[in-house]
Design a protein around this ligand. Structure first.
Ligand SMILES: Nc1nc2c(c(=O)[nH]1)N[C@H]1C(S)=C(S)[C@@H](COP(=O)(O)OP(=O)(O)OC[C@H]3O[C@@H](n4cnc5c(=O)[nH]c(N)nc54)[C@H](O)[C@@H]3O)O[C@H]1N2
Ligand SMILES: Nc1nc2c(c(=O)[nH]1)N[C@H]1C(S)=C(S)[C@@H](COP(=O)(O)OP(=O)(O)OC[C@H]3O[C@@H](n4cnc5c(=O)[nH]c(N)nc54)[C@H](O)[C@@H]3O)O[C@H]1N2
Ligand code: SF4
Ligand SMILES: [Mo]
Length: 726
């Protein structure tokens, strides 16, 4: 094929795989893995399809403004200049802040796990904080609470979001509601290598997905009952003495007294409510498997663990995470080689605007209802954002990517909320059901058209030691600009130039890099990156203690108690399950959960032929016996029914499931013209939008996480005339 080979990395999802790009005569033609890069052992089909994403005919190429009202079917888009677009945005935001305070302007972004917003997300946050709004809606309650914020109440640190699993040295790897084979290739390849050298693997998942088939223990938990399983495992560990007694004594609050009882005794009796036989009845995991997995956790330690979406999207998300965090504390594996480790980072200046935070700022939306939830950290849940937009506490929205109405439950409520805003600007590569509701759309470059600075690749000490300045492979398409440029341009127009190096991105990068000793010139001369020799320090808590009120790991959380929550981890039946809702269980006897697709990121990429051809239709996985009982055969179009309504999908048989459990996919709306495959309306009778029939409530009382993964449902053959089917 010929052409230049350019070292780069793919930022399309959380994996951020090291890669080499081929550029022929100014055209980006291929992306290949780069084994010399610490995250470059493999790239996925989405990465391989990157050129098709860049050159897709439906890319937005110019700023446009709406000329018809928000509720009309046709927005009447009209092309405008960047100056008009940015001046309008700045004027509207300044006016809104002047009349109702900066808090009436909400901001949002796509999640950095599903998009290249990771290039700019810290700068977006800096803009929000400098502007003075506490209201940033970024899916934290669906995607990041369990990894980053909930663990603060146990460890005072983000375990496993920042204290990452040291897979290269782990004795036992525990993946709980996490499927890196789909979600994060760099973790999957390291896990396969670890298993090959003899590490034990425990996977907790209602489906036998990804690495579950390689696991020593696959625990098929009923969706949303994970806390009962964690408490039962902990019970077995305590009973057998399979825990690190020194760590528990020295570094947890086990010995503290609470109302005359020792925390350890309280914990032990809480866990004793879940002997393996009881947990089997709740979770569906055989008692013997619980005991065997507990033994492996002890005998094969150090334990490296990761949990993700499988645990985030539940009415009991926080207590579930607490239960697993407490279990993990008992293994004594925190910050030891082969456990979950805070790898040393290249020194750099933080740029996320933390210096703008102060007690004088107005409270984030939702703080009153959930004082320990995302609002405490100036994040807003989707549910609270919609409520605040509908009751007009939030009047404007600035959104850097993200497809809100598709990503949150209650899609139709989301549409109403966005319609009720006075002003809404969205920056994206493509038009989406959310963008359709905006006043102004700003065209964004793909990451392959823009520069980005990445300081550390997280996964291992080697990866954390790498600094890379990703070069644009090709010129921006049309008039597209990077998120970074938009942030800097907007900041200067908002009068915040002093905090943004007067709009000079290079100067900002230099500031960021200064403590590292690396210059932009070094990075430009070395597009594969510059490595800084760093040595991991372990057990850092021995010097500093933990950043909790007690300076110990908090098995019992006085903070939770003070706010009226259960201070010990607890299990509650998911509030939307058939067991919780006997009134609905006759009509909706099945339990609905969901998982990511190998071929697409979230609600994106259905328009890309190279990807859509592998997954042409929305799917619902079900057990063959559940299908047979309903007269459904494999590949049939079906309706997926919940108390909120029905959406369509095609039945896929999965004999690994409990027959009562079905798995669907969210994110289906877009057509693929090249293959002649249909799109689906986000709302209404022919929809395939799972979040149209899932609700944001009843949400987790602590975090506001939506119950998207343990809902009553039923499945029936689709008999109606079938515009989606073939
Ligand atoms: N290919 C691809 N990669 C992606 C994404 C994508 O859409 N596609 N999205 C990115 C984003 S934003 C994220 S957040 C990550 C997510 O990455 P993951 O968290 O790995 O994503 P999921 O597949 O949704 O969920 C993981 C597993 O949880 C299981 N699960 C579902 N319900 C439950 C439950 O109640 N309990 C337990 N224990 N397990 C359950 C599912 O069967 C699934 O195998 O992936 C990122 N990477
Ligand atoms: N039922 C159900 N709902 C879910 C989930 C689930 O598992 N089940 N998962 C939840 C999770 S974990 C998450 S993170 C959210 C994800 O929610 P979103 O972040 O909204 O995810 P996407 O659907 O990937 O939408 C990304 C949007 O950003 C645009 N985009 C991509 N790259 C860039 C970029 O570099 N800059 C800009 N400005 N725009 C860009 C894309 O074109 C697309 O329109 O969805 C949540 N919703
Ligand atoms: S897993 Fe795929 S989409 Fe994600 S960063 Fe790697 S190559 Fe890109
Ligand atoms: Mo996510």
């Amino acid at each position: 094929m010929g052409g230049d080979t350019v070292p780069t990395f793919c930022p399309l999802c959380a994996s951020r795989c090291g890669a080499r790009a081929t550029v022929t005569e100014g055209t980006f033609v291929a992306l290949l893995p780069d084994a010399s890069h610490p995250t470059g052992k493999a790239i996925c089909l989405k990465g391989k399809a990157a050129p098709e994403i860049v050159y897709h005919p439906s890319r937005l190429l110019h700023p446009v403004k709406r000329t018809n009202p928000r509720d009309s079917a046709d927005p009447g888009w009209e092309q405008i200049t960047w100056d008009e677009a940015l001046d309008t945005v700045a004027e509207r935001l300044i006016a809104a802040a002047a009349s109702d305070g900066p808090e009436c302007v909400g901001f949002s972004s796509s999640s950095p796990s599903t998009s290249a917003i990771s290039d700019a997300v810290d700068w977006v946050q800096r803009l929000i904080r400098a502007f003075g709004s506490p209201n940033y809606c970024n899916y934290v309650e669906l995607c990041g609470w369990g990894r980053y914020l909930a663990p603060l109440y146990t460890f005072g640190a983000s375990v496993p979001g920042v204290y990452l699993p040291d897979l290269d040295n782990a004795g036992c790897i525990l993946f709980w509601g996490y499927n890196p084979s789909v979600a994060r290739l760099a973790h999957a390849t390291s896990t396969v290598a670890a298993v090959a050298r003899g590490a034990k693997l425990i996977v907790v998942d209602p489906r036998k997905a990804g690495l579950a088939s390689k696991a020593d223990h696959w625990l098929r938990v009923r969706p949303g009952t994970d806390a009962a399983l964690a408490l039962s495992l902990t019970h077995v560990m305590i009973e057998h003495g399979w825990y690190d007694a020194d760590f528990v004594r020295d570094w947890t609050n086990a010995a503290d007294d609470v109302e005359g009882e020792r925390v350890w005794d309280l914990l032990a009796s809480r866990c004793a409510q879940f002997p393996a036989e009881v947990a089997q009845e709740i979770t569906g995991v055989p008692a013997a498997d619980i005991v065997a997995a507990a033994r492996t956790l002890w005998e094969a330690r150090p334990v490296a663990f990761y949990t993700w979406s499988g645990l985030e999207q539940h009415s009991g998300a926080t207590q579930t995470i607490r239960a697993i965090d407490v279990l993990y504390a008992l293994t004594g594996s925190l910050d030891v080689p082969g456990g979950n480790v805070l790898f040393e980072a290249v020194p750099s200046n933080p740029i996320d605007g933390a210096e703008f935070l102060s007690d004088a700022r107005p409270p984030a939306v939702g703080l009153e209802q959930r004082p320990l939830g995302p609002a405490r950290f100036e994040y807003v849940t989707g549910e609270d954002f919609y409520t605040a937009a509908l009751d007009r506490r939030i009047k404007a929205l600035v959104s850097f990517g993200g497809n809100m109405v598709m990503a949150h439950g209650d899609s139709a409520r989301g549409r109403e909320a966005l319609r009720s805003l006075d002003f809404f600007v969205q920056a994206d590569l493509f038009m989406t059901p959310t963008g359709e509701l905006a006043d102004i759309m700003l065209p964004v470059t793909s990451p392959f058209e823009s520069e980005a600075l990445k300081i550390g690749f997280e996964y291992s000490q080697e990866a954390q030691s790498l600094v890379q300045l990703r070069q644009p492979l090709v010129a921006p398409r049309g008039e597209a600009r990077s998120d970074l440029q938009i942030v800097f341009d907007l900041a200067t127009r908002l009068g915040l130039g002093a905090h943004f190096w007067d709009g000079d991105i290079e100067a900002a990068f230099r500031h960021q890099l200064a403590p590292s000793g690396i210059t932009l010139e070094d990075l430009r001369a070395n597009p594969a990156g510059v490595r800084v020799p760093l040595t991991t320090r372990y057990r850092k808590y021995a010097q500093t203690g933990f950043a909790t009120p007690s300076h110990k790991v908090e098995l019992y959380s006085a903070t939770l108690a003070a706010h009226g929550y259960e201070p010990l981890p607890t299990f509650e039946e998911p509030l939307t399950s058939p067991r919780s809702r006997p009134d609905l269980a006759d009509r909706y006897p099945l339990v609905l959960s969901c998982a990511k697709s190998l071929f697409f990121c979230e609600a994106q990429h259905r328009q890309v032929a190279a990807l859509r051809k592998s997954a042409p239709d929305p799917q619902v996985e079900m057990h063959p016996s559940a299908a047979a009982a309903r007269g459904i055969t494999a590949g049939d179009w079906v309706t997926l029914d919940t108390p909120q309504g029905s959406v369509r999908a095609r039945a896929k048989f999965n004999p690994s499931l409990d027959p009562q459990v079905v798995f669907a996919q969210h994110g289906w709306w877009e057509a693929c013209e090249e293959l002649g495959l249909p799109g689906y309306p986000p709302y209404g009778p022919d929809s395939a939008n799972l979040n149209l029939v899932l609700r944001q409530t009843p949400s987790d009382p602590i975090s506001g996480s939506s119950p998207l993964r343990a809902s009553v449902c039923d499945v029936a053959p689709l008999h109606a005339a079938d515009p989606g089917g073939s």
